[in-house]
Design a binder for this molecule. Sequence first.
Ligand code: GLV
Ligand code: MN
Ligand code: MN
Length: 420
Amino acid sequence: MRSEADGSMPHDPASLLGRLDTLARCTDGAGVLTRLYLTPAHEAAIRLARGWMQQAGLATRLDAAATLVGRLEGSDPDARTLLIGSHLDTVPDAGRYDGALGILAGLAALERLRDRDIRLPFAVELLAFGDEEGVRFARTLTGSRACAGTLDAALHLASHDAEGITLRDALSAFGCDPDRLGDAAYRPDRVIAYLEPHIEQGPVLEQAALPLGVVTAINAASRFIVTVCGEAGHAGTVPMDSRRDALATAAEMIVATRGAGLAWPGVTATVGQIRAWPGGVNVIAGEVEFSLDLRASTDALRDKACAALFHEWDAITAEHGVTHSIAPGFSASAAPCAEDWQARLERAAIACGLETKRLPSGAGHDAMAMAALCPIAMLFVRCRGGISHNPAESITGQDAELAVDVIVRLLEDLAAEGIR
Ligand code: GLV
Ligand code: MN
Ligand code: MN
């Protein structure tokens, strides 16, 4: 259901939540927050974030995948770079914290250090990725995979949106050079780690009455586009027992999908998009396309659950005399967060007087892609009711500031540890 973006009390525009309110005005849809990769809203969000980064003294650039990068030099020119970031894109009718919080919390931490005249020995680069949600194109994590040096450029560039615009053309229209995606890659030996602050998007921290959590690992995920082919026909004349109804069959496949998620502990299985053709009220659907998003705590479990579900689908379509095909789209392996960085985040939190909880992430993050480049660390911020991918997404300014406190402390601890 469409709804107004969160209309809660306005925050001080200069505060972290105030900036997030301002950023939420960069939307492709009136009255809702929808900011897809390489759209005018994405461009507006980059302009805003770039301005804030520059005000904070960061040198900014846009890489070939439209990731906004803000760099703060360290005092040691030979030191490596610490990466902090998250994403600017959103799901349709989104909340305002998923993604944007991580970028602006990182920026707030760097501003705090500047206000206290603290110069770190190592450089910090803030990364504002543009394609974490994978809503516009069938491939996802384009920006973070480009930074990690693992992007299959040909595969990503050929993917297209619902209007048939390829990623290659969308990047060019955005002012990025699709043939230079390889230039976005960091050298692993020049990077210290990647830290992603993020809202939890689940209820665990709220239930534990804790503002912050330390992520242990990110679940594996795979997405598919499923096409079911039956036969279109007259809704009033074709007898019920001799139809090849693609939509009724897809409905059974979707119910089986939910069943698989319920039957396999640790697995989630979701159909979030569906289209039917020819789409007439009095026409039996001849063709249906729907999405599948299937996740699990390990790659092996995800693959086993997928295989079992696909087997069930074979039986369903055979029974109804229709055919189906399954096209793989995005896929990402489970990504463990580095043990030593989990401990560092916990120590930084303790130094700030905070207890934290370790927890896995069911949601996907740019950190999944960055894990191929360097150690990853994630700091979760409690969100109200565990609600996310929904305009009702909500966090408190106090919790957000505590996350900034912990990031500042972590940066100071890294310097004291002699990390270069
Ligand atoms: C992104 O938020 C995802 O987990 O799909
Ligand atoms: Mn996110
Ligand atoms: Mn999301």
